[in-house]
Design a binder for this molecule. Structure first.
Ligand code: ZN
Length: 248
């Protein structure tokens, strides 16, 4: 094992607080394409920033849910991979305080992470914006299938909205606040599978660095923080994180 690969387990061992920050790259090995990448999967001919927009949900819920039904289908039956499980294992061993994720797929919780902070929400539930009732994913899909227009509806008749942050929507304040607090007190922010370019996760490494903590990056491809990271690993996220767990 190279010295670069010894460095991350060392940093984790010596840190009092390690916080993980994850993006789409950690779920790619589970078969979930990064839908922000152009030309991938079902969205080759659709711009998700136009269709998965709050204004489309308001104005044309049938089109919105036509697109979102495809997202649900992509996530159907997907399982956490070794990288999700490695983070859950670090938490079980007391070596990881929390997971902050951009992902909406729920795979951190499925892998055993406790209360992951989902800054972009989750597909696990959908809610009525009129009366506030929330429905689990299975029931949302049943309601979608039962509706002649393919729109999952609340008992009150209003279209449901998935509890994910759509384009054009504000991010959930509580989760963002928790993310900033964790990043500020982390001795080590372990960034996995994120290009660290989308707010708010683009700012969290800076928060950790400003507070005197270190940043480690396990991501294929470049990030704006590579030159300030204590460690940058560019291999497969599953292999890299499983090696870290094995070395601890
Ligand atoms: Zn309702």
């Amino acid at each position: 094992m190279s010295s670069t690969h010894d460095r991350l387990p060392e940093l984790i061992r010596s840190a009092r607080s390690v916080v993980a920050l994850t993006g789409a790259g950690i779920s790619v090995p589970s078969g979930i394409p990064d839908f922000r990448s152009p030309g991938t999967g079902l969205w080759a001919n659709v711009d998700p920033m136009e269709v998965a927009h709050i204004s489309v949900w308001r104005r044309d819920p049938a089109t919105f849910w036509g697109f979102y039904g495809q997202r649900f289908a992509i996530l159907d039956g997907k399982q956490p991979n070794g990288a999700h499980r490695a983070l859950a294992e670090l938490e079980r061993r007391g070596a990881l305080e929390a997971v902050i994720t951009q992902n909406i797929d729920g795979l951190h919780a499925a892998a055993g992470s406790t209360d992951p902070i989902e800054v972009h929400g989750s597909v696990a539930t959908a809610s009525c914006m009129s009366c506030g009732v929330s429905f689990p994913l299975g029931e949302t899909r049943e309601r979608m299938d039962a509706d002649p227009e393919g729109i999952p509806r609340c008992d009150c008749g209003h279209p449901l909205k998935p509890d994910v942050v759509l384009f054009g929507e504000l991010l959930p304040e509580t989760e963002i606040q928790r993310g900033y607090e964790l990043a500020a007190r982390a001795d080590l922010l372990l960034c996995v599978g994120s290009s660290l370019e989308v707010w708010p996760v683009a700012e969290l490494p800076q928060v950790t660095l400003d507070a005197g903590g270190a940043v480690a990056i396990v991501t294929m491809g470049d990030t704006p923080y590579d030159h300030r990271a204590a460690v940058k690993l560019s291999g497969d996220v599953v292999a890299e994180l499983e090696a870290v767990v094995a070395a601890l």
